[in-house]
Design a protein around this ligand. Sequence first.
Ligand SMILES: [Zn+2]
Length: 306
Amino acid sequence: MQTTLKSSVTFIGVGLHSGAPVEMTVHAASAGHGIWFRRSDVTAVDAMVPARWDAVNPTPLCTKIENADGTVVSTIEHIMAALVGCGVSNALIEINGAEVPIMDGSSAEFVRGLLGKGVLTLSYDGWALRILKTVEVQTDTGWARFEPARSLSIDFAIDFEDAAIGSQSKSLNMANGTFVRELCNSRTFCRNSDVEAMYAQGLAKGGTLENAVVVDGDRVLSPGGLRHSDEAVRHKMLDALGDLSLAGAPILGRYTGARAGHTMTNALLRALFADPTAYEIVECDASINANLPGAGVTRSEIPAAH
Ligand SMILES: [Zn+2]
């Protein structure tokens, strides 16, 4: 069934890259609405931006969407992962700036906020996107692939020089709250050696050791260390779930990413939608509904605050 939020929830913070203070409120929306952002600070042109794969303006380090008037919202991946992970399929997200607040660098505060309000089931059937054949994209640095499967699973592998990250891989079926239990509190991360380069590009202005895990060689510079020994690959899976939600319907299939990122996951969605024989849209029956990422997630699974 389609869903939305029982009541609105507000998040206040700063943008990771812009450093700008921002307030964001997730409102309920009717069946068939999907997920849209509305820039409340934009009045002269169209302020509505769809959270959809074909609105993505590929950019390094985050997922940015843009409408035909050039209105943008960036770093949407962590709230998008929280919405799909909590089973919210319709929402209007009002935001008074161009970048989603980074909160603690993970999706945990969004999940706490959404589940705290509760998910409302609407009396309309939902639709899912079933992968029918293998679709793959690759670059010199990595690759990403879809394969047929009964429900969504995410496999991810990363490989970093810094020993504090190193080589990590993980595979999880996303059915029944796996995101909330296993992934939602894993934070974004970066190498200390990349921080100066990001500053030079005008990025990471809102980054701190509290909202990003910063590593230097074999050391974790962020106070308190890691939340999971493999927090980095878990965060990449969180990002992948958020980026995959831009398909516009839950995906029934296996996603594998190797040294992939936001741009590559979006390229994979574009490759999928370019081949009409690679997928089909199916009405969600009871067995599909029971295996969606947000199925069965309740307030009892709200992650503890760190
Ligand atoms: Zn991320």
